[in-house]
Design a protein around this ligand. Sequence first.
Ligand SMILES: [Zn+2]
Ligand SMILES: [Zn+2]
Length: 66
Amino acid sequence: MNASGLCDICGKPDVDHVCDRCGRLVCERHYDDGHGVCTECATELGLGDEHVDPDDLPNDVDIYRF
Ligand SMILES: [Zn+2]
Ligand SMILES: [Zn+2]
């Protein structure tokens, strides 16, 4: 079966997945199988591990320094 469309993130024609959250078509590379969302949404929801913003750390927790 052929999905009609291009990956909304990288523009590749091989889209197999639809994001559960934003509904865009994404290719395998840009789909988070574990969460059923695209990598953009995964990042927004803090599910991805590719980008961690230090500012998101709670202020009341001391940061350990090695
Ligand atoms: Zn893609
Ligand atoms: Zn999404």
